[in-house]
Design a protein around this ligand. Sequence first.
Ligand code: UD1
Length: 338
Amino acid sequence: MQILVTGGLGFIGSHTVVALAEQGFTPIIVDNLSNSEFFIKERIEQIIGKAVKFYETDCNDLQAMEKIFQENALQGIIHFAAYKAVGESVAEPLKYYENNLFSLINLLKLMQKYAVQKLVFSSSCTVYGQAEKLPVDESTPTLPAFSPYGNTKQIGEEILQDVVRSNADLQIISLRYFNPIGAHPSALIGELPRGVPNNLVPYITQTAIGKRSILNVFGNDYPTPDGTCIRDFIHVCDLAEAHVKALEFLQQQNGSFIDFINIGTGKGNSVLEVIKTFEQVSGKKLPYQFVPRRSGDVTAIYADVSKAEKVLGWKAKRTLADALADAWRWEQTIRTYQ
Ligand code: UD1
């Protein structure tokens, strides 16, 4: 079964391509290499032991995308390709709206034209903002987005809902990710941030290896037990497997169907807990300092994951320590390539 994976050379995309191949699907990658590297394709092939079809194509290029739909007998799509830097989206909102929304619209048009019915969409827990009640479940109302990036995820979900309401014969699941971290245990693929990382775990591993001098912890005056923010950190391989489960679930659905599912571990960990766990698994002392809060950060969020378990039969299996050990192994490997 051929599954198109947009953004398939990116962090979550590459791990999902591996998970798909392991479950007998035939992933076809489309990626414009705007925030990924071509060598990841060879690494994926090394892990799964076979070649993967790859198109260096921008999802915003409708004609080029149409060619892919014509050349392949696609039976589903997992749509990762999107920009995701919160700060950049505030500075360049149109870049985000154009890229993240037009690509989705192109895919939906082509899905209808070529009768490709199954779609898994990459959404984010950012749609909840600071939820009043934790853990947050899917019935929690979404709040106005803090950033254009977050808004593209909310508008993306609204577009999907409207298209399904129009009686389009499409079956869609929007997965709301919490904080994906870690790397493949082979250390052949992982996260490759360009420039200074925005996210916590790549900043930690780069500090530990000496690429950054010190980790800035944004705020230690939050109303949490240790004063630092709390997040639900999920191993990227668990997240990748959730996509395969979502696709398998969609095979059982017909007609117009959409659902929204949280993908996290169900556990919250503070920034300081992540640092301590990293120090334990790496055996390295991490230099860090407290600095003022980062604007736009919510105090605490973690997932109620009962729906994922009930609907998809999926549950995160790996621990925070597993994820940090894998991220650290990956960091030590990539140093030799940069
Ligand atoms: C961020 C985005 C989220 C997006 C996700 C993509 C915001 C508000 N949210 O999640 O929408 O889907 O990335 O991966 O930006 N931290 C530090 N020092 C650092 C980096 C981070 O203390 O150098 C702290 C942050 O303040 C936060 C926690 O670590 O409390 C996690 O930060 P990060 O990894 O950037 O993820 P989110 O902000 O939760």
